[in-house]
Design a protein. Structure first.
Length: 218
């Protein structure tokens, strides 16, 4: 039964009509489905299909843009506010700066991680997409960041994550700031290789990771 609703969510994205995605989302929420499951089991699945079809040449850039616009709209207008509502405002567990590396404009996944960290009680500074290592460093200094997270979705932009580690070392900030990485092509192994502090593939993993890195037990 729940399976059907996730298929419906995924299929709604493949209509490329934002009204259809909104309708399916409202229906799922009315059935009590958690926003995180709507995102992970519905939208992420659909975007993976769109990406795979694009790679095979079955879909074009138009479809990639249309699908991501539909998802982004529903995230911004419906799901994100619900996730943020859950924030426990009594505490700040630490300061996180998050962005997508230079040359890369993919931001949906990074924004989801930002919202979940915020809702978990972190003070989150989202510096956007296509962000230079200099900007990451400037922001980390400005807000006295405990953690910096960088997303990359392209094979051509993953090396920027390594650049970031090197730049934090050169700036003398490496001992003070934990560096975490993600994005669909990023792996735990890659993060180890570049000397990062952690990798997460989902929002819940990211929250656990940041809590572990900052020794927060709850
Ligand atoms: C949507 C999308 C776009 C949208 C982005 C819109 C936006 N505002 O973000 C648009 C249409 C703009 C786009 C453009 C391009 N795209 Co694109 N895109 C995608 C697509 C279909 C989905 C990405 C997505 O949003 N997924 C959903 C989110 C929720 O998942 P996610 O990003 O992986 O994030 C999760 C985790 O990875 C993790 N995470 C993410 N970030 C972080 C950060 C931290 C710190 C942590 C801890 C965790 C974490 O948590 C998230 C939540 O679970 C992917 C396909 C795919 N399988 O990834 C292709 C894909 C990434 N794109 C691709 C390509 C080629 C392009 C273009 C070059 C196309 C072109 N010819 O112009 C351009 C690049 C432009 C640029 N310079 O960046 C390729 C990349 C291939 C490669 N190996 O390099 C892919 C894989 C499609 C494919 N199969 O060919 N794209």
């Amino acid at each position: 039964m729940s399976e059907d609703i996730f298929d419906e969510l995924s299929n709604s994205v493949l209509t490329f009509e934002s009204d259809e995605v909104k309708k399916a989302t409202q229906k799922a929420l009315e059935k009590g489905i958690d926003p995180i499951d709507i995102i992970e089991k519905g939208f992420t699945k659909a975007l993976k299909i769109v990406g795979d079809e694009y790679e095979k040449g079955e879909f074009f850039l138009m479809e990639l843009i249309a699908a991501s616009d539909c998802v982004k709209k529903v995230l911004d207008e419906i799901l994100n506010p619900l996730i943020l509502e859950k924030k426990d405002s009594r505490k700040s567990l630490g300061v996180v700066v998050i962005g997508t590396v230079e040359g890369d404009i993919h931001e949906i996944g990074k924004n989801i991680i930002a919202s979940f960290l915020f809702a978990a009680g972190f003070d989150v500074h989202n510096v956007g997409a296509d962000v230079s290592v200099e900007t990451f460093i400037e922001k980390a200094r400005e807000v006295n960041a405990d953690v910096v997270g960088a997303s990359a979705l392209l094979s051509t932009t993953i090396p920027e994550q390594e650049e970031l580690v090197e730049a934090f070392k050169a700036a003398g900030l490496r001992d003070r700031v934990k560096l975490i990485f993600g994005g669909s092509p990023v792996t735990e192994q890659w993060v180890k290789e570049i000397g990062g502090d952690g990798f997460a593939g989902t929002p819940l993993e990211a929250v656990k990771l940041v809590k572990r890195l900052l020794n927060i037990n709850e």
